[in-house]
Design a protein around this ligand. Structure first.
Ligand code: GAL
Length: 632
């Protein structure tokens, strides 16, 4: 939900046409965890998907061959479970019954009887192998292949009505079929049919497809019908619950970071794409990485950022590029991204299987605490990602984005470890052990990522900084007035368009969202000249839900962040435990020194951190929960 904080009546009238409305007081505490709890994603899903390997050119033999290799190679034992069919499986919709018909020329086992097709034989085989099965659909009437005119050979056939294979108008019927009757465990729901089937689509103009007024305008959030998009995805979620009485399903949202999905996807599904498609090029991998890397507070067990599937094996990540392949895999593991292989495993070399099957890296991704790595050092050249693990130790990835060698220095501060204590490192690619005190130099090869497990003396003994445990935080209200594209994401050439435009623009609303160890707009956390290496940066008019079990106190140094406007406005910080006010600051203005806010939480299950603005500003006001921590 998005609040509007309107300075004047004139502004209120000007903004009234926006697709967002201020509800009742969304800052009031609820004492509840409001992120989605359905489906099966306590850990990021792992598996295989046909798209990056075969695009539309899929068939049963390819799917089963991949499944067999996942078993035989030990990848299943390493955690890879889902075998997911992407675009290209459908023949048409039977317009008499509304039932979907499978393309039996490519999936022969689906020809179960004379007038019906079924994926049950295929899902039975996958289940008998100990694997799980995933299917693909679109929230609109038509698929991506139909919308954008790719994949013609395996696009649905027949009349315009028969070609309407997406969920639109058939949500309940299709979900009942895919899960209740066919036995799938996972669905990826794409969004092309509500994005590109407007009157300007050439195939709509030719009468091949029915026009659907686009709900998503990729380049304008104001022209995107966010409530309508949410409503469609919510309906699918409800149908999934209804047709999976055992709750064994995984719901993957694929609207590529559009429609402000960053702020609401976690209320509706288990994984949500943060960007448009990855491609097997270095720049495109950077683009997809960046779309998720500053969103650590928007992922928790049950809800994960999805920067798209792996491309290990292809192009810039093929056998000639082992450093790049290892980097891509390391970064996805650190970000708690779904580890979905997108390679024709029949061609995989032992070295490639060893990358995908690296148990140490997989253990980071599958760590039960569910903390997405936080950026401890961030430049266009080099980034350090630090992830706090369930046992209290850390993993750190030192990532060289450039094509030249980079000397770098890792410090105890990056790890939130004491500078005078010894820090033990284990290199998770080489197995080599080492240790250092204070700081340690490394030389990163071009495009290399070194990943270590690190154990040292915690800078905060006993307690945990909030920015060390993003998996326990849900950003319930982010205080953003009007969602803006994120300018920090690497703007890569879009391969399917190449340079047929005047360049790539910032995309994917999310700029100004809550951040770990950073202000919402990427500045250092700083209150009245005092810098905080650790803390949560967020806008005023925000509410964070924090899982507080296992702790008894909350403490922070709070204040308006120096990066905000000098507008005379003031903010107030409030801390709640299971819905009850435990403590609050005074109303604080810019340049007032940070004040301590420390409360006894009494072990409250949900601690809520609320910042109210006084409404006297026309611009979002960054605030800082400096050194915010839960303590025993
Ligand atoms: C895209 C989606 C891809 C793939 C493709 C199929 O929208 O992002 O991952 O599913 O559609 O046509």
């Amino acid at each position: 939900m998005i609040r509007l904080h309107l300075p004047t009546l004139a502004a209120a009238c000007a903004l009234a046409a926006l697709p967002f409305s201020a509800g009742a007081d969304e800052l009031d505490p609820t004492g509840e965890w409001s992120a989605y709890g359905g489906g099966q994603a306590p850990l990021p899903p792992m598996g295989w998907n046909s798209w990056n390997a075969f695009y539309h050119d899929i068939d049963e033999e390819k799917v089963l061959a991949s499944a067999q290799i996942i078993l035989d190679s030990g990848l299943a034992d390493a955690g890879y479970r889902y075998v997911n069919i992407d675009d290209g499986w459908w023949l048409k919709r039977d317009t008499d019954t509304g039932r979907m018909v499978i393309r039996t020329a490519t999936f022969p086992s689906a020809a179960t009887d004379s007038d019906r097709t079924s994926f049950r034989p295929l899902t039975d085989r996958l289940h008998a192998m100990g694997l799980k099965a995933g299917i693909y659909s679109d929230i609109g009437r038509n698929s991506c292949g139909q919308t954008f005119g790719h994949g013609n050979a395996n696009n649905p056939a027949g009349t315009a009505a028969e070609r309407e294979v997406g969920l639109y108008d058939h949500i309940d019927q299709d979900i009942a079929l895919y899960f209740g009757e066919w036995g799938f465990d996972y669905i990826k729901v794409d969004g092309c049919g509500i994005r590109g089937m407007g009157a300007d689509n050439p195939n709509v103009q030719k009468g091949i497809y029915r026009e659907v007024t686009p709900l998503i305008d990729f380049d304008s959030i104001a022209k995107t019908d966010v409530p309508a998009v949410k409503d469609l995805f919510a309906q699918v979620g409800q149908a999934l619950v209804k047709h999976n009485p055992d709750g064994d399903f995984l719901y993957s949202l694929c609207i590529w970071g559009s429609a402000n999905v960053r702020s609401w996807g976690k209320e509706y599904g288990n994984i949500s794409r943060t960007s448009e498609d990855i491609a097997p090029y270095w720049g495109r991998m950077l683009h997809n990485l960046d779309s998720a890397s500053r969103r650590a507070l928007y992922a928790q067990p049950g809800n994960w950022n999805d920067p798209d599937m792996l491309f290990v094996g292809t192009g810039d990540f093929d056998t000639d590029h082992p450093a790049e392949a290892r980097s891509h895999f390391s970064l996805w593991a650190m970000l708690n991204a779904p580890l979905i292989i997108g390679y024709d495993l029949r061609k995989a070399t032992p070295e490639q299987l060893a990358i995908l099957g690296n148990r140490e890296l997989i253990a980071l991704n599958q760590d039960p605490a569910g903390n997405q790595a936080v950026l401890a050092y961030d430049t266009e050249d080099v980034q350090f990602f630090v992830k706090t693990l369930a046992d209290g130790t850390k993993a750190v990835a030192l990532f060289n984005r450039t094509a030249t060698q980079m000397p770098v220095t890792l410090t105890a501060d990056h790890l939130k470890y004491a500078a005078d204590g010894q820090i033990a490192l284990t290199d998770l690619w080489s197995g080599e052990a080492s240790s250092f005190t204070g700081e340690q130099e490394f030389t990163l090869a071009p495009h290399e990522t070194r990943v270590f497990r690190a154990a040292g003396t915690r800078a905060l003994p006993g307690g945990m900084y909030l920015s060390e445990m993003p998996g326990r935080i849900n950003v319930a209200e982010e205080g953003i007035d009007f969602p803006e594209p994120d300018p920090m994401i690497h703007r890569a050439i879009v391969p399917w368009q190449n340079t047929r435009s005047n360049g790539e623009r910032p995309r994917y609303t999310g700029w100004g969202g809550a951040r770990a160890d950073s202000s919402p707009y990427g500045q250092m956390l700083r209150v009245a000249d005092r810098e905080f290496l650790t803390g949560i940066g967020v806008l005023a008019n925000s509410r964070l839900e924090v899982r507080g079990d296992g702790f008894r106190r909350f403490s922070a140094m709070v204040g308006r962040d120096d990066s905000g406007p000098d507008d005379g406005s003031r903010v107030r910080f409030e801390v709640y435990g299971d819905g009850k006010l435990l403590g609050a600051s005074e109303w604080m203005g810019l340049a007032e020194p940070a004040k301590p806010l420390s409360v006894d939480t009494g072990g409250a299950a949900i601690v809520e951190l609320v910042v109210r603005g006084d409404g006297k500003t026309a611009r979002p006001v960054p605030v800082t929960w400096g050194d915010a921590a839960l303590l025993p």
